[in-house]
Ligand binder design. Sequence first.
Ligand code: 7TS
Length: 412
Amino acid sequence: MLDVQKIRADFPILHQSVNGKPLVYLDNGATSQKPRAVINSLVHYYERDNSNVHRGLHALSMRATDAYEGARARLAKFINAADSAEIIFTRGTTESINIVARSWGHAHLKPGDVVLTTEIEHHSNLIPWQQAARVSGATLKYVPVLGADAEGGLDLAALDQLLTPKVKVFAFTHISNTLGTINPIAEFCRRARAVGAITVIDAAQSIGHAPFDVQALGADFVSFSGHKMCGPTGIGVLYGRRALLDKLAPDETGGGMVSNVTYEDARWKPAPERFEAGTPNIADAIALGVACDYLDAIGRDQIAAHDAALSRYAMEQLSTLPGIRIIGPRVGAERSGLASFSFADVHAHDIVTFADEDGVALRGGHHCNQPLMRKLGLTGTTRASFYLYNTEGEIDVLVASLHRTLKFFGTT
Ligand code: 7TS
C-alpha cells in the first residue's frame, strides 16, 4: 500500500485551490506532476553545473557530462537495458517513434512488406507508420479491437492471421491512453519474434506506472516520455537493442554525432551519440534520472497496484451515473489507472469545463485516437487518469461534479 499522504507532500503543485476548490488533478495520462526532488534537480543543475557536455575539459563541463551520462545509466537500469549505449535521449515518445519509423523504416521496408500496428494506437504510433509505409511501398495493417466499447482488447485470433513472415515490424502500445487496456506485450514480442518481425513498444502510458524489463521482453525498440513519469517535459527515451542500433543510420546529422568529417563525407560515432545530434537536453535528462530514483524508491509494482485499485473504484462509482457509457475493459477486468466515458446528451468539453469549476482537472476529446473514436461511433470521451498521488476521495469529488453537470443539463 502506498502512503499517499506522504507522497502528496512531495508534490508542491497539488497543494493549491482552483476556482476556490482544492485541486483534484486527474489528467495524468496527458502529463504527470513533478516531485520536489525533480524540480530541485533542475535548479541545482542551472545554479551549479550548467555547461555543454562532451566537448569541454573544464570542471563544469565535466560535471555536466558526468551527470548526463549518469542519467543515461540510470535510465538503462530503470528498464533493465543491458548497456547504457542502448538509451538514446529524445524529446519524448513522439520523436522516438519517428526516429525508428524513418531510420529503420527507410533501411528495411520495401513493397510487399507488412507494417503491423493496432487499432488502439495514439496518433504518435500510427502516423509515423503510415508515413513509413507510404514512402517504402509497404502495406500497413491493424490488429482489430474487439467489442462495441472496445472492451474485449485486441483480437488475438486476428493477430494469428496477421502475423505472417511478411510482417517486418509490429508496433504496439503497452497501455492504451484512451481505453486503459493493458496489452499482453510479452506475448506480442514472442509472437513477433517467431515470424522475424521487430517490435516497437509505445510505453508512454506504462513506463512510470509498472515495472518494465526490456531484456525479459526481448523488445527491439521502446519509446517513452519523461513528463508522464514525474520527469520534465522535453525529454524522453528511445531504447534500441544494441545490435539494431549499430546497423542503423542516423535520422538527424550535425555536431556531436560524428567521429570524422571531411568536406565530402562524415563518419558516425556509435550509438547513442550517433542519434543525438546537437546539444542535448542536459538538464532535463539529469532530472529524468532523478524521477527514476523517485519512482523506484516507491516501487513501480506498488504504483501499478494503486492505479488498479483506483481504477476499480472509479469504475464502480462511475457505473452508478445514469446514461454513462464507459469504454475499454469492463468493470472488474484488468485495466490501467484511467476511466474514459461519455454521455449521449452532454459534450465531453462541457463536462471538463464544469469539472474545472469544481477544481477537477480532466481531459475531453479524441485523445489523439481519432480512428478509434470513429470506430466506436464517438467524437470524443471524458477521461480521468490517475497516478500515485490520487485518492478515492478525489474520485468521489469527480463523481459529485459529474452529478452536478448531469443535473444542469437535465439528464437526471
Ligand atoms: N503514446 C501514448 C500511448 C500516449 O499516451 C502519448 C501521449 C504519446 C504516445 C505521445 O507522447 P508525447 O510525450 O510524445 O506527446 N498521450 C497524451 C494523452 O493521452 N493526452 O495528452 C497526451
